[in-house]
Ligand binder design. Structure first.
Ligand SMILES: Nc1nc2c(c(=O)[nH]1)N[C@H]1C(S)=C(S)[C@@H](COP(=O)(O)O)O[C@H]1N2
Ligand SMILES: [Mo]
Length: 386
């Protein structure tokens, strides 16, 4: 039997099972999520990814170049919240922050009189706001610039009610400290900032976070206060927030928005903030490891992956195991949230050793999947035994 036919049969069986369980309701589906292998199966190791050479699980580099990548192979269904120590880092704590100066978040622009968020007031009002996933729009290589944590803070829309704003305050610019001695002089005078409409703040539930996984924000993640925009790429999640500016409808896009225009799927590099589309993560999925097992004297592979982003839930995730194979329904997963990632698994019996590129797709034309369509999250594994 060819890899293709086996894959198709496995998929067809899983598809049939999920239809039956869908009728029986959600509680029954719980038993299906991430199907374990038989008790007699022996784990032989994970397959190697081909052409990926990222440094993982180590913080390195300075300033804007500072990075830490999560080793996605370590994800398990009962550990989908990433500790503060391991959460990915893109840009490290700016060494030009003066820790002796009290942190201030003035509200400027189209407001009457002076307004300001006091940090202690923010901390008093902060409450748990759930688990949210962040992904860098420049996530590539071994894709380790993605993590999920439990955040606490206060919704920005809520904080801004009561601020005496003027009638022409059409948009909200959130600015973060961004001066590093390692950056070229003059490269970051305006800080990292993103401009939002009032609707975008309300619809996403964007919040100023002061806590992460039950602790104060770590320095590298924006201490003492950062923005989290659920469902948007990390570049909009400004760290070290040190100013809010209410701007007019014709406000220019910021340097930071222009830098990330392509990676957030804009048309060109718009000069005006109002010509930016929301920097949303579409529904996306990728393989994070392929396990090799021996079961009843035979080699069995099990692909494990994540599904995240988007605004819709799906039961139509499909996987392609090798460029010539058809996309078949992913065997086992339970998609219940877009706020954080969901693990999926799929058993696989490749007929031959060799390199296989794993791609995913959502078999539903109503769901936008720009990065899946472009092959952004395709990864190649080396099968060394069958
Ligand atoms: N002030 C400031 N905020 C910033 C950045 C930055 O360079 N400066 N980088 C952004 C980008 S591109 C990402 S992906 C996220 C990363 O957040 P993390 O390091 O906490 O994972 O922070 C965002 N906030
Ligand atoms: Mo990013």
């Amino acid at each position: 039997m060819t890899a293709t036919r086996r894959g198709f049969l496995a998929g067809a069986l899983a598809g049939g099972a999920s239809v039956a369980f869908a009728c029986a309701g959600r509680s029954t589906l719980a038993a299906l999520a991430v199907r374990p292998l038989g008790a007699d199966a022996t784990f032989l190791g994970n397959l190697a990814f081909v052409g990926e050479r990222d440094r993982m699980e180590r913080t390195y580099g300075r300033g804007h170049e500072g990075r830490r990548r999560l080793d996605l192979r370590t994800l398990t269904e009962d550990a989908l919240v990433v500790s503060n120590e391991r959460f990915y880092v893109r840009t490290r704590y700016p060494d030009r922050i003066d820790p002796r100066r009290p942190w201030r978040v003035p509200i400027t622009g189209r407001v009457d009189g002076g307004a300001e968020f006091a940090l202690d007031d923010l901390e008093r009002r902060a409450r748990p706001l759930g688990v949210h996933l962040l992904e860098c729009s420049g996530n590539g290589g071994a894709f380790g610039l993605i993590s999920a944590a439990e955040w606490s803070g206060v919704p920005l829309g809520e904080l801004l009610t009561g601020v005496p704003m003027r009638g022409d305050a059409a948009r909200v610019l959130v600015r973060g400290f961004d001066e590093h001695s390692s950056s070229p002089p003059g490269s970051s005078q305006n800080g990292a900032s993103w401009i939002f409409t009032w609707d975008e703040l309300a619809e996403t539930g964007a919040f100023l976070a002061t806590g992460m996984n039950g602790e104060p924000l770590p320095k590298d993640h924006g201490f003492p206060v950062r923005l989290v925009v659920p469902g948007w790429y990390g570049c909009a999640c400004i760290k070290w927030v040190d100013g809010i500016e209410l701007v007019g409808d014709d406000a220019a896009s910021t340097r930071h928005m222009r830098e990330f225009a392509r990676r957030t799927h804009q048309r060109g590099t718009p000069r005006r903030a109002r010509d930016y589309r929301p920097a949303e993560m579409d529904l996306a999925a990728m393989v994070v490891r392929v396990e090799k097992w021996r079961e009843a004297g035979k080699i069995v592979h099990r692909a494990v992956g994540i599904l995240w982003g988007g605004k819709e839930l799906t039961d139509r995730l499909t996987v392609q195991l090798g460029r010539r194979a058809p996309f078949v329904p992913v065997e086992s997963y339970r998609h219940e949230t877009n706020r954080t990632w969901t693990l999926w698994t799929h058993t696989w019996r490749p007929a031959r050793t060799g390199d296989y590129t794993v791609r995913l797709a959502v078999d539903d034309p109503a769901i936008r999947t720009r990065r899946l369509d472009s092959g952004f999250y395709a990864r190649t594994v080396r099968v060394d035994a069958t």
